[in-house]
Design a protein around this ligand. Structure first.
Ligand code: G3I
Length: 371
């Protein structure tokens, strides 16, 4: 009885048929669509999600496989096995393979930030480490990576410089240096700056000032990625439009690089709270442990329809839209900002079945003006 009820509800909510349209066929020309992959999706242990990827996407990003901790855990000891499989998978399937990322303050091994003899990291050592890492990683995949997230998340939400170990050791020109090293390692690869919450005017202004600075110096930068870690309500449509208009106004392309829609309550305090407080929030905010109710499922579908309507409206400014994961099971939002929650931010459910939100995106793409 329960099974029958569930299937009626899902049909009513228009879950797409497994042999229905493919997202990549519905996208306007020049606008790639993709997802971030786990190692299991690349090597086929997560076969159901892998089938979704091959069917629907023409670009892929590595969720964690190309980060510094994955590729150079110890100085000069490179571990490329998983990254090699990722790049080969994309190439075998004719996809634009994205590199993520070369410079970040997270998922970078401790040694990279340690100074010599217990002293703080100095500029020369930091630059030498950056250059060696970027040259080795971007150089290995020369000609095979479509574009690199060169620097990730260099600004705070108020537009001030994030005080990362790279910034503190080198100063603001660490960004121009990193882009230059990346360009030297792979002159054909597109180069991107990637950050979140660019709907905040002060942060956006700082990022676009950086873009202007790089361009004035003749340093290659092709696009700015707004990650797109959004919620059901925020940012508002006008804020999303401002992101795309302003990036294009700075003379580069825009990309949505890590799209997902958080359906659970989130406050800024949650992120830095201690474990005990997080455990309390787990009890009060893990609202849908047994499945997303129809009303929220519809809300998610409407939000995705809104987002894709806006992206299509601005398609001349955009080159890529990438989801941060394939299925809800994989999403980082099951662990952030409160570990152990059950979240539903993507277009495919935990069994890799298309959700009503997928159908909503398909409907919006189908209704787009002729290309
Ligand atoms: O690999 C270990 C595993 O051995 C261990 O058992 C497990 C226990 O927690 O941790 C595993 O590592 C985790 C790793 O993901 C791989 O699953 C790390 O703890 C966890 O912190 C890490 O999270 C990643 C996060 O970046 C790190 O900041 C997420 O998967 C990844 O989705 C997320 O992606 C970032 C983008 O790169 C940049 N923009 C924001 C986005 C979301 O945070």
């Amino acid at each position: 009885m329960k099974v029958f009820f569930a299937s009626v509800v899902l049909t009513a909510l228009a879950v797409p048929a497994a042999d229905g349209p493919r997202l990549k066929d519905l996208m306007p020309p020049g606008l790639l669509i993709g997802a971030a992959l786990s190692g299991a999706q690349v090597d086929g242990r997560d076969a159901a999600a892998q089938a979704v990827v091959v069917r629907h996407f023409d670009t892929i990003s590595p969720e964690n496989l190309l980060k510094w901790t994955s590729t150079e855990p110890e100085p000069g000891r490179f571990t490329f096995e998983a990254a090699d499989r990722y790049v080969a998978f994309g190439q075998a399937n004719g996809m634009a393979v994205i590199g993520h990322n070369l410079v970040w303050h997270q998922q970078t091994p401790r040694w990279a930030f340690e100074g010599k003899d217990g002293r703080p990291l100095d500029r020369e050592t930091a630059l030498a480490r950056l250059r060696a890492h970027i040259t080795a990683v971007a150089g290995r995949y020369k000609g095979r990576i479509h574009g690199w997230d060169v620097v990730n998340e260099a600004f705070e939400n108020d537009g001030s410089w994030r005080q990362t170990p790279w910034f503190k050791a080198i100063g603001p020109d660490y960004i121009a240096q990193a882009f230059t090293f990346a360009h030297e390692a792979d002159p054909q690869a597109e180069l991107y700056y990637n950050d979140f919450d660019l709907y905040l005017p002060a942060k956006r202004k700082a990022v676009l000032a950086l873009v202007g600075d790089l361009r004035a110096k003749g340093v290659r930068i092709d696009a700015v990625g707004e990650q797109g870690h959004w919620s059901l309500q925020a940012p508002k449509a006008a804020e999303i439009e401002a992101i795309l208009d302003d990036i294009a106004g700075a003379g580069v392309k825009a990309m949505i690089t890590e799209l997902d829609v958080d359906v659970l309550p989130r406050t800024p305090e949650m992120e830095h709270a201690d474990a005990a407080r997080k455990a309390e929030w787990l009890k009060t905010t893990n609202l849908y442990p047994a499945g997303l109710p129809d009303a929220q499922q519809e809300q998610l579908a409407r939000r995705y329809a809104e987002v894709f309507g806006l992206l299509l409206k601005h398609r001349s400014q955009l080159t890529r839209v990438t989801f941060w994961g394939v299925t809800d099971a994989q999403s980082w939002l099951n662990g952030f900002p409160i570990p152990g929650r059950t979240n539903y931010p993507l277009l495919w459910d935990r069994q890799a079945r298309g959700k009503p939100a997928l159908q909503a995106v398909i409907d919006v793409l189908k209704a787009a003006p002729a290309r």
